[in-house]
Design a protein around this ligand. Sequence first.
Ligand code: ADP
Ligand code: ZN
Length: 718
Amino acid sequence: MPRTVNVLVTVALERTYTYAVPDGLSLRVGDVVVVPFGPRLMLGVVWEGVPEPIDGKKLKAVERKLDGHLDATMRRFVSWVADYTVTPPGQVLRMVLRVPGALLPEKPVLALRLAGPPPDRLTEARRRVLDVLGHGEARTKAALAEAARVSTSVVDGLVEAGTLRQVELPPEPLVPPPDPDRPHKALTESQEEAAEALSGPAAEGGFEVTLLEGVTGSGKTEVYFEAVAAALKAGRQVLVLVPEISLTGQFLERFEARFGARPAEWHSDATPKARERTWRGVASGEVRAVAGARSALFLPFRELGLIVVDEEHDPAYKQEDGVIYNARDMAVVRGMLSEIPVVLSSATPSVESRANAQKGRYRHITLHERFAMPMPDITAIDMRTEGPERGRWLAPALVKAIAEETGHGRQALLFLNRRGYAPLTLCRKCGYRFECPNCSAWLVEHRFRGTLACHHCGFETGRPDKCPNCAAEHSLVPCGPGVERVAEEAMSLFPDRRVLILSSDVVASLADLRERFAVVERGEADIVIGTQLVAKGHNFPHLSVVGVVDADLGLASADPRAAERTFQLLQQVTGRAGRGLHEGRAFVQTFEPSHPVMAAIVSGDKDGFYERELEARARQGLPPFGRLAALVVSANAREQAVAHAKAMALAVPSGDVRVLGPADAPLAVIRGRHRLRFLVKAPRGLDMAAFIRAWLSASPKPAGNVRVSVDIDPVSFL
Ligand code: ADP
Ligand code: ZN
């Protein structure tokens, strides 16, 4: 009998597979391997469990072993996430092994150094190369050619002549190690207390979750940096999750100012090479600190000692496709499995984390005061009586404040969570509305690009001159504002002010976006118009007035989290005012100033808001008092989706669970896929994943192009 092992293969299947171990290869559980799977070679990991006996003829052998290894904690984490999210474990494993280059031996850097006498024919170009290369020094070919201002063929010639020789260099360290012993800012008394409370566990280890809650600008980052320092001093690695890569620019600088070196970055915009090196450095222990987006949670840290989730309430932590998971919640799971502390930081915690803190499941540390400036003064503008004239979006009171503040050289920020120029374009003659051909959504005009675009599938078309329906000329009118339209109004009101848009679609690259943020930080823009991008933890020292253009925007939906989301967004964005050099004020334009969310924002009664929201959730059995899941059935044809959803409805297991639907999803068509949705409500103690597994196995298998996606703890209800 050949030796066999159990392998979890990176495919979306529930089970592990048995493979033979070739003679001479030694394998441990956790080793990364390449195995034949069907007609292809796939990555996998040797997994626990006794391999199922398998017919000798069918038994295939492990192709080879790679460099990587997943320790027991990491393997348990993969299984845990798969189990909780109702995803095949191989699909979760694929997220861990997404950097195949990191699993091969690292290629050495090839460099050139002096090795022989100068060549007989010493041209001017060749002399420059030799001048650049000091004795014993080695440089890569490209670096050498650039420094000497010659083409690489000149360098090649010197190698041929025997003057230069190729040598292998060890790769430069990705990032220098952070130094936790550098002096830090003197903390205030309450900051110091909070820092000490976090540092103890970070030094000692052990699982514990702390909610670090403090108003915007209270110094939460300074405080959790001390926990980071404590973990680093204890010889452990640190992971800081940030919700938005645009935010990391400022974060990296602050980290460097505190620790003398940047953390390694992990996000989808990093080059494959950088990701490869980070993966390897994290696994080997060379990298001590990582700042990253949610997927950084799946890096194979060798000795992780602390996880910080910055802006823990942020919906960007939810991954909405592939493996649907919330990185905030999975960070807590990873902390539990690794037996290390987790810090959740926010000025506006999620209702769930707030409830966990109140119940004593999480430790709760609060910072009540801003470090420098008092909290901004917030005023509601009643758009029914104090609004602007038709076709304008900025109320007189807000315009006056912008004029005053920018007149004193300070900055204004106008917030509208809508990209583009106008969310809807229609024909004044026949009423025709521009709709996406692939989605049940209007096309959004983007005037700078001159297009009409769908924000769900990326469809774009030029804006026509005539109505495509009735051929009327000059009849198309934009309805409602997006950031571009507000910028247009600001420019016409304040022609001598510098107006800047901060929105993901007006920038060409991450570097471009970071540069725009830096421009605002340096005070080189007077009026900034931004989407939710600007609501996330940025520090704009010159900003003294914030205007929320349409505070009611998020409240219209039937989303059970609409109130929470709107409260967080408004609190975060108004909290950008007056964080640095000047006192701040904020204006909230609303048609419903008496709405509880608006009232809480204006009065600053955060505790009152959470209390009311928790009461409402308790009444409705919504999280955190009950559990929620969404299942979306989709298909290319509506009839197919309906038929499958109806069959599923008949298979719902009986028990203490309410299944609502199927009903058309709020976005009934996306990318040509018709969507029906079930909402599952269950009591808190129920094992939602087990219920859904039982349901799915009692339902017919989706056939053809029908798909069923499972979203446990949904945060978006599209
Ligand atoms: P938060 O994360 O709570 O919004 P930050 O940590 O970003 O707050 O702090 C807000 C600003 O105040 C930052 O510019 C920070 O450097 C500064 N700050 C906070 N605490 C101190 C301190 N003790 N000494 C000096 N500057 C501080
Ligand atoms: Zn579309």
